[in-house]
Design a protein around this ligand. Structure first.
Ligand code: NAP
Length: 245
């Protein structure tokens, strides 16, 4: 895949799945702006590891949940890069608790970052893409949005919400040659699930037909596919990358 000359924004793009996505686009020749929330150390590690692409990669600290911050970011992006070809809305958090015990803050934080963050980033991306009559938006959701998981009602609600959001937006912008799709990863070996005990990890692996967790690179491959020339007629779709889960 050749993405030379294309401008890509990846939220949560400096570690985990987002980092793998950023790096896949860099290897494919794109200009990448990787956003992160505040983990400066991991952002620096990402830059150091990708020194060879220094002229095509930038990191920006942007809280996707903050509308004004996102608006300022897009202003900067528009002045610096002009065109936007691909947005990968990947930033996400978990704050697990059963509903009866769930603190309102934990409900709101997950909704604000995962769901409102996707709206904030996509709204302004669509505005930029409309001008060019081209664009690809890829949202990272989760099978938990459709299957549910005890202790993750807030997370599950956002992941289901992202799918409804993406399918609706896909219908709104299809005539402008902008596609909107979701990638739905199963258990992927990142910091996101590093709190699982060894026993729990073993149990979860048993529930995956492929009997292993996936890698961030395996998710990135699907994102690259949906952003590339092989996916021109795919929109409003959810691509599962779950090892059969
Ligand atoms: P991760 O390793 O924890 O990375 C999360 C990324 O999101 C970090 O770069 C973080 O920035 C960024 N982020 C968090 N809050 C943000 C905010 N308010 N504004 C901007 N960026 C923010 O997680 P991951 O495993 O890569 O997960 C990425 C996505 O995949 C999430 O949407 C998650 O729901 C989804 N997913 C993951 C799995 C899995 O098993 N790993 C499975 C299904 C779906 P900092 O580095 O600055 O903290």
């Amino acid at each position: 895949m050749d993405f030379s000359g294309q401008n890509i924004i990846v939220t949560g793009g400096t570690r985990g799945i987002g980092r793998a996505v950023s790096e896949a686009f860099l290897r494919a020749g794109a200009n990448v702006v990787a956003l992160y929330a505040g983990n400066e150390q991991r952002a620096e590690e990402f830059c150091t590891a990708n020194k060879e692409y220094a002229d095509r990669v930038e990191t920006r600290k942007v809280n996707v949940a903050d509308y004004a911050e996102v608006e300022n970011f897009y202003k900067w992006f528009d002045e610096k890069h002009g065109e936007l070809h691909v947005l990968v809305s990947n930033a996400g958090i978990r704050r697990d608790s059963v509903v009866g015990m769930m603190a309102e803050d934990d409900w709101r934080a997950v909704i604000d970052i995962n769901l409102t963050g996707t709206y904030n980033m996509s709204k302004m991306a669509v505005k930029a893409m409309m001008r060019k009559r081209y664009g690809r938006i890829i949202v990272i959701t989760s099978p938990i949005g459709t299957h549910g998981m005890a202790g993750q009602a807030n997370y599950s609600a956002t992941k289901a919400g992202q799918v409804g959001f993406a399918k609706s937006l896909a219908k709104e912008v299809a005539s402008r040659k902008i596609t909107v799709n979701c990638v739905s990863p199963g258990f992927i070996d990142t910091d996101f699930i590093s709190d699982l005990s060894d026993d729990m990890a073993k149990e979860y692996k048993k529930s995956v037909p492929m009997k292993r967790f996936g890698t961030a690179d395996e998710v990135a491959d699907s994102v690259i596919f949906l952003a590339g020339d092989g996916a021109t007629y795919i929109t409003g779709a959810v691509l599962e990358v779950t090892g059969g889960f």
